[in-house]
Design a protein around this ligand. Structure first.
Ligand code: PGA
Length: 249
């Protein structure tokens, strides 16, 4: 997958929310007939299902312009790590990308910067594209710590530029229906771009067909990481088409 701020990345994070049957149905129903459009090559689509579904969904997506990724990976290559899944195993399945540092993992599994740096190394060694997720809590934003918090989270990825994608996801906007305002997104994305000028930046947090065009119109927004709304094949198809229109505009 090409990394460029001229491209638009539309990624669906299915979390632990989709059965294999529903995943199969999704790939039967998505409607991505925009190949004839001159800018279609600039739209990069990705779905991040649960580990056990990756292989079958890779096979189902062969004819589609959709890449498959994983929601996490081990920070180790191989060995006695019960329950872990290595990046090389993910590559073998046909995954081409991996989410690293999603806030649900940072919170639940206390993933530290040090651990995330190791995961980034493993991903790049296995030629997986890392999508590095980060963002502030409501309390951090309201107490004026936004800049400090984001800077600290990004400290770990600086040396990985220009080989990664960034996904800014305010924790308070994830799964809450509360999207950051275009002004908040613009301010935050331009701050991030001033620190990491070469990396495309995705926005995530309650993105849906009704608000995606406005968000994609904000400067320094190069794509979307979508949770709930990406489970619906019509919604995902619609967001992908609107992303293409946003490039043509
Ligand atoms: P949401 O999730 O779109 O359901 O808010 C986004 C994410 O967690 O990546």
């Amino acid at each position: 997958m090409k990394l460029s701020k001229e491209h638009r990345y539309i990624f669906g994070n299915w979390k632990m929310s989709q059965s294999l049957a529903a995943g199969r149905d999704f790939f039967r129903k998505i409607d991505l007939k925009f190949k004839e459009n001159k800018k279609a090559d600039q739209i990069e689509l990705g779905i991040f299902p649960s580990y056990p579904h990756i292989l079958e969904l890779v096979n189902l997506s062969r004819e589609l312009p959709v890449t498959l990724g994983a929601q996490d990976c081990s920070n180790e290559n191989e060995g006695a790590f019960t329950g872990e899944v290595s990046c090389s195993m993910l590559s073998e399945l046909g995954a081409t990308a991996v989410l690293i540092g999603h806030s649900e993992r940072r919170k639940r599994f206390k993933e530290s910067n040090e651990l995330l740096a190791k995961k980034l190394d493993r991903a790049l060694e296995a030629e997986l594209l890392p999508v590095f997720c980060f963002g502030e809590t409501k309390e951090e934003r309201e107490s004026g710590q936004l800049e400090r918090v984001l800077k600290a989270q990004l400290e770990v990825v600086k040396t990985f530029e220009p080989s990664i994608l960034l996904a800014y996801e305010p924790v308070w906007a994830i799964g809450t229906g509360l999207t950051a305002s275009p002004q908040q997104i613009e301010e935050t994305h331009s701050l991030i771009a001033s620190w990491m000028p070469k990396s495309p930046i995705l926005y995530g947090g309650s993105v849906k067909p009704a608000n995606c065009a406005e968000i994609l119109g904000v400067s320094e927004v190069h794509g979307l990481l979508i949770g709930g709304a990406s489970l619906d094949p019509d919604g995902f198809s619609q967001i992908s088409r609107l992303a293409l229109e946003s490039l043509a505009a």
